[in-house]
Structures are given as structure tokens and as C-alpha cells.
Design a protein. Sequence first.
Lengths: 116, 220
Amino acid sequence: MAGKISTDLIRGHTSTIILNVLRQGDSYGYAIYKQIIALSDNQYELKEATLYTAFRRLEKEGYILSYWGDETTGSRRKYYRITEAGSQFYEQSQKDWAFAKNILDKLINGGLNHDE
Amino acid sequence: MMNNSSVDKKVKERINELFAGVGSSQALFELKEELSTNIKEKVADFQSRGMDEQQSLQEAMISLGDLSELVEEMRQLGQNQAKQKVYSTRAAQISTIGIVVGVLLILFGGLVCTMLFFQTSETISAVGPLIFVVLGGAITTYSVLTRETKKCYGMNKIRATIYAAAVGTGLFGFFVSIMTYAGMGKIYTAIAPFMVFFMISVGVILYLILTEVDRKKENS
């Protein structure tokens, strides 16, 4: 995968990214992993280890809930669904991100104009 | 979904290695199952791209990333008995209430039926309350299966529900045939409805038993 996003930068957004996948429909571990790769146009991979840790955290916070699929052949999938609280959190994060993106862009790329 | 038993076994081994020495808990048991399903799918994906089994498995495990945080969380859960209790209390409560209600329903149905049997001359109205036995049987089955014991973890809810439905169907077959017999007084008319329900029930239960996953606790 081409570019790089520092772990620090992505860490604060793992929850929002997962919620973005789940608000578009229930999904399970490996599918979510693939959906995130697809969302990034194959440019970024969120490690499964990170995902599982995040699932547990999000479930504790009440932003997602989990249920087992009805595959009866011994290999059951654990599905996740976004909750109402999760949707609200997602919308807030989306706003925060829009704000942060704008400010960070100014801070990183902006030039100081001394003539004013 | 892939059903290759050799990959199945190897994935399980790898996961057990990852969580070696971690005290058992319901959460760990479920996490292992979740991981195993997902890893098997990934292995199948790699294999469909032409990788051999060994390589696919290796690649799938490595690409998981750093699981140490998750392992540590599970270790603490396993150590902390109190936490573990909190995790399973709700399920245990539901199971306990279910067993009590189920058994009471069975007793109620049985006793009312006995009472009516001696009270009325019509057998048909006496056997009616046996429907409570059917209901009680299904509820008891569900509650017993979802119960976490010292040696086994509770069965997952969907599976237990199917078991309960199958047992209920079988009992319902009994019920219908007893009703028919009481009404018509002929054995052969009673066997027909019984056969249908009973066969469905046996079929489903057999299928479930043959696809059973191991729920035994390791450290017991």
C-alpha cells in the first residue's frame, strides 16, 4: 500500500471508521476488514488486531452490539450492529473531523501574512 | 464458508497458541470462535488466489497484526473472577428463571391434566392442559442449554432456541396424538400426527448434535 498514515493519527479515528462501515449495514470481522480496505480505494489496511480491540471497546461503550450469525456448521460469524448511541457518536465525530481537517490544513500548509 | 477440517484444526491450534496460558472465560471462548471463523475465511481467500494451504495460513496469521493488547485484555478477564461473574450473571439469571418457569409449567400441565382426568368423564378435555408441558419442555430445554456450568460454557442463544423449538415440536407431536387418541379413541389415528412432528423434531436434533461445537472449558 502506497502512502503511510501514522499509527497515532489513525488511532483516534478507528472507532469512527468502524462506525462508518456499520452504519451502512451489519457486518462481521473479516468483512469489515475488507470493507475498510475498499473504502480507502485499496490504499490503506486497518489491521484485524486493531479491529477486534476496537470492537470490544465500542461494545462496552454501547456504540455497537454483537450477535452470532445463524451459520449452523460450526463456523459462526460474529456480527456487529451500530446502536442509536453509536450513530450519534458517528455524526459528532464526522463534524469534529470536518472542523479538525480544516484547521489542521491551515496549521500545516498556511503561510503567515505579515502585511495585514 | 470453508469446511476444510485440516485448515480448521490448524487455525484452532494457532489461536490456542496465541492465547496460551490465558485463563478461560466466556469472552475468550467467544473471541476464539470469532477469530477462527474470520481467519478461516481469509485463508480461503488466499487459497482462491492460488496460494497453498501452508502459505495461506502463515500469511493470514501474520497479517492479523499485533494481538498483544487483546491477549492482555483476555488475560485480565480470565484472572478476574469477579469480572467474569458480571459477564455471565445475566445469562445465568435468565437460565435459572427459565428452568424454574419451565419445570413449573410442566408440573402444572401434568397435575391439571391428572385432576381433570379424575374429575370429568371426557378424556379430551382432560388432556388439553398438557399443552403447558409442551411449552414448559421447550423453555426448560433452552434454559438448560444456555446455562454455563463449571465444566461447559453456555450454548449460544440461536442454537439453543433451535433445540428448544425441536423439543417443543416433538412434545407437541405427543400432545396432538394424545388429543387425537382421546377424541377418536383409535391408536392409528394418533400415530399419524405424532409421526410428522416427531420426525421433524428428531431430524433437527440429530443435525444439531452432529454439528455440535465443543463447549468444554479447558482448565476444568
